[in-house]
Ligand binder design. Structure first.
Ligand SMILES: *Cc1c(COP(=O)(O)O)cnc(C)c1O
Length: 432
């Protein structure tokens, strides 16, 4: 009935998450409020690493892409499941360090890492750095030399795959700010240079073809392209690439009509492609890394809001205004993303209207969605927006000097705050 399997209704007709009444959560912690189900986060991580065990003989590592949602507790949970982590900034690295994350299981990404970030990554002993471009290779080589280190690196490759997703999140094609191009020979030239470097150790190749991808075929195609390149490196340069990082981008259900392929099927089919290509090209099977972000965090989370004004514009539309908006969820204003919404205190009623849910910021585009089916919502009702666990808190802002909401985790019938709600004092804490 709902887009996420952890949502339901109780005897009061209230929406529940992980079995807990969302209306009570709104009363206890206030709104807007992010709520995430810890068991579902764990379950999602396990789906990936268990299918890696089953279909690829456990020769791999799942690295949660922490940009989807990062905080100390999230890092602790990922660590306790034995998985790795992906970081794209010094802030994400710092969070992992402070959470006591095993840094040898961390990969450091970014298309424009600063010297400060590279130094910090080496200091905290990240497992590998995914080098995006040739000038970064040169800077890293110099910094590693100066620090007396020899980090393992991977190269980010543009495999030239069209993943049929939103243009803004399509990253595998040649016109992208990320990575080295294959077609032009740029990637092979970079590999040649890296092999000659004394202070970095090239261990792998990486690709990430986009986000919110429902089909498996583009992932299979990317794996084929990457293995062909690994074979080319072996034949041309007599060098063995031992690790292949296939990135993230697995789609999730935001709407009932969405139909993403299950993770298990992805792993089964991609493992088959990897194994058969290795046989065909006579290369050893690489250690595989994957980097799911959205598919781990998004389905585990919801956002709760309180309804304020209701504005019916005859023959045009009805606006239902909430106490949050683009500050806590900028995905509509960025990508016109679609969500499912439910009036949490009327969850058993029909979604009999179609409304526009509007935020409280001074932007006309500050919406959660248009033409959304919803129960009749009035002032004081609680609205739950589903599948907001990824790229909501992590993309939130203080626009209009609005305080960021708290994040609450529910687990086995209990709830706890993992990120505090910002106070007014927090809003001016860096002002002089
Ligand atoms: C964003 C990103 C991911 C995670 O993507 P999802 O769509 O959230 O799974 C993984 N790897 C890289 C390099 C990324 O940039």
């Amino acid at each position: 009935m709902y887009v996420s399997e952890n949502l339901g209704t109780n005897e009061k007709g209230h929406l529940t998450i992980g079995g807990i009444d969302t209306v009570s959560l709104a009363e206890e912690y206030g709104t807007p409020l992010y709520v995430m189900d810890e068991q579902m986060i764990r379950k999602n991580l396990r789906r990936f690493h268990e299918s890696m065990q089953k279909y690829y003989d456990n020769k791999g590592l799942v690295c949660y892409a922490s940009k989807a949602f990062s905080c100390l507790e999230m890092c602790r949970i990922v660590a306790s499941e034995g998985d790795g982590l992906d970081a794209v900034s010094i802030g994400e690295l710092y969070t992992a360090v402070k959470a006591g994350f095993p840094m040898e299981k961390v990969g450091f990404h970014g298309n424009n890492k600063t010297d400060e970030e590279l130094r910090y990554a080496l200091e905290c002993g990240v497992g590998h750095i995914i080098v995006d471009n040739i000038s970064e290779l040169h800077r890293l080589e110099a910094i590693a030399k100066e620090m007396g280190k020899k980090p393992e690196i991977m190269f980010r490759i543009k495999p030239g795959i069209d993943a049929h997703t939103h243009n803004f999140v399509k990253t595998g094609q040649i016109d992208s700010k990320f990575g080295f191009a294959l077609e032009t020979g740029e990637a092979l030239e970079a590999v040649r240079e890296a092999i000659a470097c004394e202070n970095v150790a090239l261990c792998g190749l990486h690709c990430h073809i986009g986000s919110q991808i429902f089909d498996i075929a583009p992932f299979e195609e990317a794996a084929r392209v990457m293995l062909k390149f690994i074979a080319e490196i072996k034949n041309e340069l007599n060098f063995e690439i031992k690790q292949l990082n296939l990135g993230g981008g697995f789609g999730i259900k935001y709407l009932e009509s969405h139909d993403p392929a299950p993770f298990e099927t992805y792993m089964e089919r991609v493992s088959k492609v990897v194994k058969s290509c290795c046989e065909e090209y006579k290369i050893a099977q690489p250690f595989i890394l994957i980097e799911p972000g959205r598919s781990i965090a998004a389905p585990a989370g919801i956002t709760l809001y309180t309804v304020g004004a209701r504005k019916e514009i005859p023959n045009i539309r009805t606006y239902v205004s909430i106490d949050g908006g683009m500050c806590d969820n900028p995905r509509y204003i960025l990508y016109q993303s679609e969500y499912e919404a439910i009036v949490a205190n009327k969850a058993n009623e029909e979604r009999s209207e179609r409304v526009t849910i509007a935020g409280k910021c001074c932007e006309s585009g500050d919406l959660i969605g248009e033409n959304m089916p919803l129960q009749h919502a009035e002032s004081g009702d609680i609205i739950a927006v589903c599948a907001t666990g990824a790229y909501n808190y992590s993309m939130s802002s203080n626009y209009n000097r609005i305080q960021k909401p708290a994040v609450v985790f529910v687990n086995e019938g209990e709830s706890r705050v993992v990120i505090k709600r910002e106070s007014l004092e927090d809003i001016i804490r860096n002002d002089l």
